[in-house]
Design a protein. Sequence first.
Lengths: 720, 89
Amino acid sequence: MADLGSACLLLALAVCAYGIGASLYGVRRGRPEFSESGRRAVYALAGILTVAFVVLEVAFLRNDFAFNTVADTSSRTTPAFYRAAAVWSSQEGSLLLWAWLLSLWASLALFLTRKRMRDVAAYATAILLGFGGFFVSLMVFYATPFATTRPAPVEGAGLDPLLRFPTMMIHPPMLYSGYTLCTIPLAFGMGALLARRVDADWIRATRRFAFAAWLFLGMGILLGARWSYSELGWGGYWGWDAVENASLMPWLTGTAFLHSLMIQEKRGMLKVWNVSLVLATGTLAIMGTFLVRSGILNSIHAFGGATLGVPFVTLIGVLIAGSIYLVVSRRDMLRSEHRLDSLLSRESIFLANNLVLVGLCFVIFWGTYFPLISEALTGREASVGPPWFDRYTVPLALVLVLLSGIGPVIAWRRATLANARRHFLLPAGCALLTLLVLLAAGIQEKPFAIAMFCCGAFVFGSIGGEFFRGARARRAMAHEAVPVALLALVRRNRRRYGGYIVHIGMAVLFIGVAASSSFQHASELGLSPGQSTRVGAYSIRYVRPTATITPKYDAAHTGSTLSLGAVLDVSKHGHHVATLRPSEGYYASEEASQGSVGSLIGGQPVSHVSMDAGLSRDVWTAIEPDIETPTLQKIVSVGNRTLPPEDAVVAIGYLARAYLQHPPQAQFHFIVSPLVMWIWVGGLIVFGGGLIAIWPAPSVVRSRVRTRLRARAAHGLARA
Amino acid sequence: MSLLAAVLIAALLAGVVFVVSAPLRVARRPPEPDSAARDELEVAREAKYREIRDAELDYRTGKLSREDYEAVDGALRAEALEILKRLED
C-alpha cells in the first residue's frame, strides 16, 4: 500500500500544479470554466490526500513496520489508542496532516464561495493550491511518509512516551486546523488585492473561517497547556517556549483581525490594517509550522529534521515580499471610506485593542525570533526566558482585559460621556469592591495579580450589565420572561453576545493565570516513607512506595515496562484532603548495549503527575524515584549477565520487590496553585462563546429582519 | 507494486481527471456579466442593515442618547437608501 500512498502524493502534486495554472488562466483570460476546473482541483486534492492519509493510518494501526515512519514512531507495545495518533507525531505524518487539513478546509471555503467573487476566489484557489503544492512537495522530495524498508523490522521504536496522553490525540489536529484555516483568509485577502476588489465582500466570505481559525488555534494552545501541566513533570502550563509562542502569535493577530474587520464591514475603514493583519496572521501560521518542522529549535514540541529549513524560509520570504508588494501597490484602493466620528466610540476602543494585541505579538515575536537570528549571526546560543516575556506581556495583558470590559459598554460611532459614565458605574464598582476585599483579606503583595483581579471584576460588571440591559430592553419590547428574553437576545445577536461571552471567558482565564502564577506554593525535596512536608496550608506525607510491572500494556495505557511511585496523603489543618499517587514510568529502549534487563527500563523515564484539582486550588505532585541505588543496580547488572531477553522481565519483578522492601529516598515536586481550574473553565467559556458567535443565524430570522429593515429604510426615505 | 494498488491508483487517476475536467467538457458558456459591483453593494447593504440594528440595540441598552441615536440612525438610513438606490439602478 506504500505504492498507493506514494502515487497519491505524485498525483496530488500534479493536481496542485494543474489547479494553479487553470485558476490563473481562467481569471486572467476570462475563461470561467478553467477557474471552475481549478476549484475542482482543490476538491480532488482533498480526495487524494484523504486516501493517502487513510493508507498511512492503516499502516500504523496494522503495525506495518515496512513503513519507515511507522517503525520510527510506533511499536506493537504502543496501545492502539496512541498508534492512531502516532501518525502526526512524526515529521512526515504531520506534514501529511497539514496538507490534508488544508485541502479539506480549502475545499469547504471554495465550495461556499462558488457562486460569489469568482475573480477573487480564482486567485485564492491558486494561492491555496500553492500552499498545498508546497507541503506535498516537501513530502515528495524531503520527507515522504511512504518510504519503506524491506525486509520490514519486526518491531518499531515506539511512540515517544511524553506523547502518550489523551489530549495529544486532538491537540495537533486542533492546532493544525487553526494554522491551515489561517491560510484561507490570507488566500482570499491576497486574491482580493490581486483582483483589485478590496471591499468587504472577501471579509464577509472568509469571516467564519477566520473565526474558526482563531477558535481551533485557541483550543489547540489550551490543550497544549493542559498537556504541559498534566503530563510534563515541571508543573507549569506555559513556559514561553518558542513553539508555544509560535502558535500564540497568529492567534493574537487573528484576534485583532476579528475585531477590526467589524470596522471595515460597518464603516469601510481600516482596509490596509485589515488586509495586513490577515496577511500577517497567515504568514505567522506558516512561520509557526516552520519553527516546529524546520529543525532549528531544540524544544519538547519541535519534531523536525534540519532539511526543511530552506524551503520554509523561501516560502516565508515569498509570502512577506508578496504581501508588502500587494499592499503597497494597492494602497490607493485601500483608502478608508470614513473617518472616526468620535474618540469615544467602539471603533476607537477596537483600535486600541488592536494596538495592544499587535504590541503583544511584536514582543513575543522579538523574544522568540531574536535569539534565533542572533544565534544564526553570531553562532552563540541565546535565549530569553519567562521573566523577560512577563516584563512586557503582563502590563499589556492587563490593558487588554480592561479594554475587553470597556468596549462592550461604548456605542458604535459615537457615545456620550454621560452615558459612558453611567455604564461604567457597575464595572468600576465591581473592580473597587474586589480591590477592597483583597486588601481586607491581607493580599497586598503581587500588584499585577491584584490589578488583574480588579480588571477581571470590571469585565464581569461590564458584560453582566450588558446582558442585564439587553434582556431588559428585550422584555420591554416582547414581554418575555427573563430567561426567554436572554436566550432570544443572544440568539438574535449571536456575534455581539457570543463575543461578550468570549470576553468573560478570557477574563476568567486571565484571573486563573494571575492567581496560579502569583500565589502558588512550590517545594522540591527528597522524602522517605513516613516523612512529611508542608506546602502552603497543606501537609503532605509520603505514606508508602508503589511499583507496577507492565511488560505489555499497563492500566493507564502508557506502555511503560515499570512504574515506580508513591502514595501521598494530603491533609489540611489535620483533616484528610486527598490521597495522591504520582509515579514515574520507565520505558523499554532500543539500545542493546544496556543489556537484556537494562534495555527494558532504559528508555526515557516519564513522570506521571497526580493531582487533586478543585475550583479553589490544585495540589499537584510529581515524583522522581531513585533507581540508581547499589541494590537496584546490582539486580539489573546480574540480570543482564544471566537472563536472556525473553526472561528479563523476571529481574524487573525482583527490582520492583526490592524497591518496595527497601525504598530509597525519592525526590518530590509539590505545587499548590490557586484557581488553576479557572484557566480551563475560562477556555471552555471562550470556546462556547466562540461557537455562539460563529454559528450562522437562522435564515428565516435573517430574512425577516431584512424585510423589516428594508421597510424601515424605505420609511426613512419618506421622512427624508 | 501489487495488482490491487495498481487498480486503486488507476481508479483514483480516472476519478481525478473526471472531476477536474468536468467544467471543460461542457459546451463553453458565454461569460457571465460581471456582478462584482452588485455583490459589493449587496454586502454594503447587509452591513448597513446590521449597523442600523446595532445602533437600535445600543440605544435600547442606553449606550446612545436619544439625540445621538436619532442622528446616527438618520445617517445610517440615508446611507442605506443610497445603497438601495444604487442597487435598483
